[in-house]
Design a protein around this ligand. Sequence first.
Ligand SMILES: [Ca+2]
Ligand SMILES: [Ca+2]
Length: 377
Amino acid sequence: MQKMSWALLLPLLLACGTESPNQSEDQPTARELHAQKKKMKERVPPSAYQKKVAKLKAEEEARIEAEEQAREAERARREAANLDYVMLALPPGSFTMGCTPGAMPPQESDLLGKPMKRALCESDEKPAHQVTVSGFEIGVTEVSQGLYQAVIGSNPSKFRDNDAPRYAHRDADYTCWGSESRSPTTTGKVGGDNCPVENVNWFDAVAFANALSLRKGLEQCYVISGKDVSWPKGPACKGYRLPTEAEWEYAARAGEDTLYAGANDLNEVAWHAGNAGGKTHAVSGGAGVYGQKAANAWGLYDMSGNVFEWCWDWYGEDTYQSGSRVDPVGPESGTERVVRGGSYGGWSEFLRIANREKYESAIGQHYVGFRVVRSLP
Ligand SMILES: [Ca+2]
Ligand SMILES: [Ca+2]
């Protein structure tokens, strides 16, 4: 090994020794190599393939941006449609508040043949008495889920547009029949947006009224501090608020003397236990298209039925015996708040205009919603 090595390696070593210094001088540095490559790359035009890839990438980015813009436009359109809550101005006036059985047409039984309680008048509906209210405007419909969502940012309702993919996992029985008017091309709204909001307690309802006032640039009528809610200016406040019990009944009667809001035949004007299929129904299709039942004489929908409606007043069993007769706002304190009008789950006696019911303020029910009013200037 040693003998061969010297003979063979010597020339090689010599050769190496002569080439090494020259190599380090001639070879480009890493930086130079990089610059050369870059220069070459710049000189070579992109291949057809590269051009195609770049074009597809640009097209994809444009498509994503267009989709985002369309989604945002749709969201804004839907929100604007939902915020368009139509109010109807009612003139000031006097009316008979409470149950007046003598003026009612004879009607022996309700739709299921159950005897009517109407002729009896419940004790808290007596005595019927004259009440005067100032003019105010009131929502033509119950507050919809779409409006509530647009103002509050959430929707607590049990009955929604469950045909929509995002609710597909839910029981179809919870589908609000708002799908009757779900076509966005004719209504400007979509599915459950048109159904009344429910599962809202009284605190949710007053908070909504304040939030809507804020949204519309009006003064907020309620001062809310936890469970302590006051209405300092009373009816002088021009923002959105809940109707008083007297305002609600004045609006429901609409200058007429019918058993239900707009008719003596319940089916004409109301969704109730006998025809609603255990579900809420669309209050409005938007763009002047309203619920499937007839309005009362003043053009208000679902004052009887669909969902009960929260009023401002504390409930008092004997309110009618000693309460104020001019713009009454109910007792100063209590344990429950008044709800009016009956619901999709109620029998006829509950849907009578004169009927009074009540719930604890903090409890939401899937058959209780509300509508809002504003005092007229
Ligand atoms: Ca109602
Ligand atoms: Ca009652």
